[in-house]
Ligand binder design. Structure first.
Ligand code: AMP
Length: 249
């Protein structure tokens, strides 16, 4: 069985994000970029399934600019077997990405697609669900555990009330939550090897999809700073403030 893992190039999670002076978008010039953290978890899960003998090949795919090849090479260095770069300079959105991924699935015929639950730049949390709908496949979202058994996948999901386990008929879509696993670091020799690997270069049109934006960003704002705290002199004053100022009692 093949496992397909879509990986997105996003602003590094450790970078303090700044909004462009004109408020049109987040500043990306000279900012460190990295693999979306949930996608690292998805790659790790695919590798563990392969190591457990449940999969033969892991294909990673990224829809993005030429530089997204760095993200793909990180995944190759972690242990993915093959990488596809679907090149576009458009700002990608979930529906366009899901349409490209549908084409990749039809060409590669994986038994499982593991995506991140959400990209930390657009926070959409939509691509996996849209892909499942376009393919008519079962989906296990927010996975914290994945167990494959023949043509079934048991996925434990993180839901508000606790953990829910669902059984999916394969082929299926899984989206990775934070507690699914702890991704490994790529070793230096593997990073060097990944640099030399040939990537498949494609375009959205090769998969019969277009990724033209359907949304228009009207405004981007930095979150407001936290207000300074105040010291109260007595419990009575605290209760009064909670009741009459904060309105939480
Ligand atoms: P989103 O729906 O944008 O929050 O993204 C959810 C997941 O879809 C990500 O964690 C990735 O696995 C995948 N994804 C989204 N955009 C892309 C992209 N441009 N290239 C590859 N994978 C993507």
């Amino acid at each position: 069985m093949k496992i397909l893992v879509p990986v997105k190039r996003v602003v590094d999670a450790n970078v303090k994000v700044r909004v462009k002076a004109d408020g049109s978008a987040v500043e990306l010039a000279n900012v460190k970029m990295a693999m979306n953290p949930f996608d690292e978890i998805a790659v790790e899960e695919a590798i563990r399934l392969k190591e457990a003998g449940k999969a033969e090949e892991i294909i990673v795919v990224s829809i993005g600019p030429q530089q997204a090849q760095e993200t793909l090479r990180t995944a190759l260095a972690m242990g993915a077997d093959r990488a596809i770069l679907v090149k576009t300079d458009e700002q990608t959105e979930p529906l366009g990405v899901a349409k490209v991924l549908k084409g990749v699935v039809e060409a590669e015929q994986p038994g499982l697609v593991i995506l991140g639950k959400q990209a930390i730049d657009d926070d959409s949390n939509q691509t996996g669900q849209m892909l499942a709908a376009l393919l008519g496949w079962a989906q296990g979202t927010f996975a914290s555990k994945v167990v494959l058994d023949g043509d079934k996948a048991k996925v434990t999901r993180e839901v508000d009330g606790g953990l829910q386990t669902v059984e999916l008929k394969m082929p299926a879509i899984v989206t990775a939550d934070l507690r699914l696993n702890q991704p490994r670091y790529a070793s230096l020799p593997n990073i060097m090897k990944a640099k030399k690997k040939q990537l498949d270069e494609k375009t959205p049109a090769d998969y019969g999809a277009d990724v033209k934006p359907r949304l228009k960003v009207i405004k981007t704002e930095e979150p407001g700073g936290r207000k300074a705290g105040v010291k109260v002199k007595s419990v009575a004053e605290l209760v009064d403030k909670l009741k009459n100022e904060a309105g939480v009692l």
